[in-house]
Design a protein. Structure first.
Length: 284
């Protein structure tokens, strides 16, 4: 890949990131779907570079549930799921999954009526909940079986557990899933811009992308087709496990089928409003 050009000297984005020059050579090696990723571009200017991503859907104990049973989020409301639904204690992906189950696309752009419907659907799930869990608790509760269905998490958790013998997996229900994304930007006022730029260069290079995909503690999908090619050449078994093979089904299938929505902040309500609903739900 070519090196990143010099940073633009134009004004920074509202969050204090420096604008990256608009024609970054690495972008051409990304899957077309990610070359102008909406959450990284503001006023047609690039402020961040994607390094990796993954999908959040419905994670489950594969000894208790089959993928066929989990084609819809409605599986969480069945008698079989009562007392087995674990909830990641973060309003955004958890309520986002409930919003998807209500047919909202995008799931975080809700008028008052749709927001109230999501709230009602969320509260109806309480009798089926096994508890509310931090990230660490999600790992332990899925391992010991206390939580056997968890909305709003994905392969970044279940893949690692499965490789250690825990019978878990993740599906994207027919109503869709959420995409989480990790990215790199350079903070406005940084005293080490050149070093930061070199780090971005390395992370988005084929070698850097393979390293991002195969980290022992957190394996994930990568946006670079050049990274995919290197992964398939050097670590074909990992490419298969990560569903990043060049032939046959892969992680881009859900994206191309338009089953994936972005995980982003609410647009018509404040963060506080969503958090308040989540707090009410937990204490109900």
């Amino acid at each position: 890949m070519s090196a990143l050009p010099a940073l633009s000297t134009s004004s920074a984005a509202n969050d204090g990131r420096l604008q990256l020059a608009p024609h970054i050579a690495e972008i051409k090696d990304f899957w077309p779907e990610f070359q102008k990723f909406p959450l990284h571009w503001f006023d047609c200017k690039l402020y961040g570079v994607m390094t990796d991503f993954g999908y959040l859907g419905l994670s489950y104990n594969s000894k208790t549930f089959s993928p066929k049973e989990l084609e819809s989020y409605n599986a969480m409301w069945t008698a079989k799921a009562k007392g087995k639904v674990g909830l990641f204690d973060w309003y955004l992906p958890s309520m986002g999954s409930i919003s998807l189950s209500e047919g909202n696309r995008p799931p975080f752009d809700l008028d008052k009526a749709r927001f109230e419907a999501v709230k009602k659907k969320l509260f109806s799930l309480k009798p089926h909940a096994s508890g509310f869990y931090t990230i660490a608790d999600i790992f332990s509760s899925m391992t010991n079986g206390r939580a056997q269905l968890v909305p709003g998490i994905g392969e970044w958790i279940t893949l690692g557990l499965r490789e250690n013998g825990v019978p878990v997996d993740t599906v994207i229900p027919q109503e869709g899933g959420l995409q989480w994304t990790e990215s790199l930007s350079i903070v406005n006022g940084s005293l080490k811009r050149d070093l930061a730029r070199k780090f971005i260069q390395y992370t988005t290079s084929p070698e850097g992308q393979v390293r991002m995909a195969t980290k022992a503690d957190n394996k994930k999908s990568i946006p670079s087709m050049a990274g995919w090619k290197l992964l398939n050449q050097t670590m074909p078994k990992e490419a298969e496990v990560l569903r990043m093979t060049l032939k046959g089904p892969n992680v881009m299938d859900e994206y191309k089928a338009k089953k994936i929505a972005f995980r982003q902040l609410p647009s018509k309500q404040s963060i506080d409003e969503w958090n308040e609903v989540w707090s009410q739900f937990k204490s109900a």
